[in-house]
Ligand binder design. Sequence first.
Ligand code: CTP
Length: 311
Amino acid sequence: RRRNKKPIRVYMDGCFDMMHYGHCNALRQARALGDQLIVGVVSDDEIIANKGPPVTPLHERLIMVNAVKWVDEVIPEAPYAITEEFMKKLFDEYNIDYIIHGDDPCVLPDGTDAYAHAKKAGRYKQIKRTEGVSSTDIVGRMLLCVRERNIADTHNHSSLQRQFSNGRGQQKFEDGGVVASGTRVSHFLPTSRRIVQFSNGRSPGPDARIVYIDGAFDLFHAGHVEILRLARDRGDFLLVGIHTDQTVSATRGLHRPIMSLHERSLSVLACRYVDEVIIGAPWEVSKDMVSLIFACLFFMLFVYDVSFRLL
Ligand code: CTP
């Protein structure tokens, strides 16, 4: 219908500090409101002036935003507020049609709305903020994790081990402290719909070289992005195995992971180098598992082929 029309370019800005799947979901929704998504990543100085110092510096935040598969272009060192002058630049230089932000209020230190100009110009659109995750929440989980580790080091209870391995409730310590596993603090409800929204629905071609990489991918960061890029470079289709919370606890320590299996899976799925994930991969890469993976992937290929023919 819009074949000869200019693509709709949408702009979303943000700090994207300790990038999480809530940010990725915001970018996914923003991209769906247009044809090309341009993301403004706020400079360190602007974040310091408006909300306090970020945990991750600009260069890392840029790597993370660039790695998200729904992002087409990035504007580094964007301002925190959309001033009239910057809005003009967005319209004239970057050909932006709409400015987008989550449905949470974004107020400047002087109490005014950061998107007031865009709203007044009729160029503002809103997406739904993802419940259950925020940078503050992740920092909270990390602090709990440090506390758990310190307490575990001094107590070394076998009951502690049991408590963490069944993943429920809280642990009371002799010093009166109460800790909850970082993962248990997660309020994320892993629906199949969300996983489908993040998935590519891509399958490998018949001669594709399939690369498999596995790991915890906890607190998905710039190092993970780099290893996934290198892995994808080695073949045509990248399958990522994400270890279960139990496997991560057993191999990395009882206080890990910070992010639950499904949260970790969404962050990996949002990465542009990833084609498919196994949500809860085994620790050992056995011969049986490899044959199973191949059977699954080619079964998918078969299913898609049939559905294409039916269409
Ligand atoms: N966002 C979202 N869901 C979340 C967190 C952020 O949809 N759980 C959206 C914000 O509404 C914004 C974009 O992601 O449009 C970038 O967010 P950012 O500037 O990093 O700010 P915060 O809202 O402060 O995110 P957080 O609290 O996680 O730091």
